[in-house]
Design a protein around this ligand. Structure first.
Ligand SMILES: NC(=O)c1ccc[n+]([C@@H]2O[C@H](COP(=O)([O-])OP(=O)(O)OC[C@H]3O[C@@H](n4cnc5c(N)ncnc54)[C@H](OP(=O)(O)O)[C@@H]3O)[C@@H](O)[C@H]2O)c1
Length: 332
């Protein structure tokens, strides 16, 4: 085996151009760690935020290699780790460093990839489906047959959310930025998808509910359209904020408005409340993905040489669903 590998590295925060493809040493796993031969990396917005210096909840040191959600095959184990892991197909989610032929992961947070799910799908499905599931059912307390509104309905969380909510016979309304994203989001089963870049979308959502409003709203965009969320709620409706992709957090809602509208506003941060591997949630999601009942929205594949351009297109809102970075590929 070669002692060097191809990896993206950056020496400072900045735009996509700070990422360079370099020949670097293959890393060695430390105690409690494994080394993965990287297969695919899901292009998570967190990678772009980390590159830009906008992440303060995970340690970042230079030279830095982005790449969070990825799959691979265990290639070596560090001290104290079961050597039987070598050769296993796994999902790594808790470490950056995957824009490289080899990555290092903590052994105790690795997830085994179900035999029926390929390495490419494995790099994407769990993060977006778990986020959507917990936002809808746990934070939003979505009930069978209710109505939900999903911002960024052409993004992976919106798309998995639509399919999850439809499996509870809910009415799903999506919002997306532009006609291409509207058409794309519709193919995943939403009952209505409206273009929020056009005037009139607020009335369209109200009309789609017969004027009643929606029961649950999941919003990962933040400020630009959040001012309408309370207005669009049905009595006893719930708004769940999961992020602020558009840059700014929504303005606070005053308590008298919540009282008058019978409204609740919640936040959802997946990590502390995530159902564990082999939980009923995990098994339901794996089964739905493995059988094709829920389709994982992988829309394009680029090589390590294409990541700077991909970051640029993600940040200029040109990516639908989830793009993946093919590193070792299917590793057969
Ligand atoms: N709370 C949690 O535990 C948790 C976990 C994972 C992810 N998240 C959050 O969930 C949200 C959705 O995640 P995702 O992976 O599904 O992302 P995503 O939808 O792929 O995000 C990209 C989309 O965001 C929209 N967007 C709006 N303003 C934007 C801007 N200024 N720049 C770039 N994109 C913009 C665009 O869609 P339109 O043009 O259609 O608006 C774009 O296609 C994010 O806020 C993410 O941080 C939260």
């Amino acid at each position: 085996m070669s002692t060097t590998m191809q990896a993206i590295q950056m020496d400072a925060f900045g735009g996509p151009e700070v990422m360079e493809l370099r020949e670097v040493a293959v890393p060695e796993p430390g105690p409690g760690e494994v080394r993965l031969k990287v297969a695919y990396v899901g292009m998570n917005p967190f990678d772009a935020m980390a590159r830009a210096g906008k992440i303060n909840f995970m340690p970042i040191s230079f030279p830095f290699t982005p790449g969070l959600e990825h799959t691979g095959v265990v290639d070596a184990v560090g001290e104290g780790v079961d050597a039987g892991l070598v050769g296993q197909r796994v999902i790594s989610r808790a470490n950056f460093g995957a824009y490289a032929e080899y990555s290092i992961a903590k052994a105790d947070v690795l997830l085994m990839l179900d035999d029926r799910i390929d390495l490419k799908t494995g790099s994407v499905y769990r993060g977006c489906s778990f986020t959507a599931w917990h936002a809808l059912y746990k934070a939003g307390r979505l009930q069978f047959g209710e109505t939900c509104l999903l911002h960024s309905a052409a993004g992976p969380i919106g798309i998995m959310g639509a399919q999850i909510a439809k499996s509870s016979s809910c009415t799903v309304i999506g919002l997306a930025g532009g006609p291409d994203k509207v058409a794309f989001a519709k193919t995943f089963g939403a009952d209505h998808v409206f273009d929020y870049t056009q005037d009139g979308w607020v009335e369209q959502v109200k009309d789609a509910t017969g004027g009643r409003g929606v029961d649950v709203i999941v919003d990962g965009n933040g400020k630009p359209n959040a001012a309408h969320n309370i207005e669009l709620l049905a009595p006893l409706g719930r708004v769940v904020y999961i992020g602020a992709t558009a840059g700014d957090m929504p303005d606070p809602v005053d308590i008298p408005t919540l009282i008058f509208k019978n409204a609740s506003v919640a936040g959802m941060n997946l990590a502390p409340i995530e159902d564990p591997p082999d939980s009923p949630t995990d098994r339901t999601i794996i089964e739905s993905v493995a059988t094709g009942a829920w389709r994982v929205p992988i829309t394009e594949e680029v090589s390590l040489a294409g990541v700077a351009d991909l970051h640029h297109r993600l940040e200029s809102r040109q990516v639908r669903g989830r793009a993946v970075i093919r590193v070792g590929g299917d590793l057969t």
